[in-house]
Write a protein that binds this ligand. Sequence first.
Ligand SMILES: [Zn+2]
Length: 191
Amino acid sequence: MRIEVPEFRLGNVLATSFTGTLSERHGDPVERIPTPRRLVDWLVVSGLAVDSCTPAQLELARELRESIHAAATATAVGDALPASAVRIINDRSVQGRAAAILTPDGTRRWQLSSPSRVEDALGVIAADAIGIISGERDGKLALCASPTCQAAFFDTSQSRTRKWCDMNTCGNRQKKARFVASRRKNLGSAE
Ligand SMILES: [Zn+2]
């Protein structure tokens, strides 16, 4: 029997791709890393391959994810950073041991201290989150305009006017909803 698991939504910013593994936080939440195996899958496609994950490591990952979400959301709306979220992000960053490796073709990959160290992968994600929350990187944190989503995303567009965390899901859904609403309105006025 094959158990259906929700697809990943991968963006080009590691930290917000990670927070995106829980989507529709303000609607019917979709958990995209429901099991340790799915976290391993997500880490593999995100360039942080580990060969195993325990339930305790999955818990650590989810705790980091929600802390990044809380800190990124606070930054996007101009609130003070939640102290507990800052502490967890820093703990994961400090406890990760990963080295940046320059490949012969000039790209960067991450080398973890051991294939089973989920903590190393979380350290890389935490450091990425620090980069975007601190404003060190070129871009702006914003919240998705979809009311059921409101995910924090990192807007690197020229004009900094991106509205949705993901064009293919939230963006499209909003467009469709507007289309249906305007058609209803037009039908209503014709009666
Ligand atoms: Zn969204």
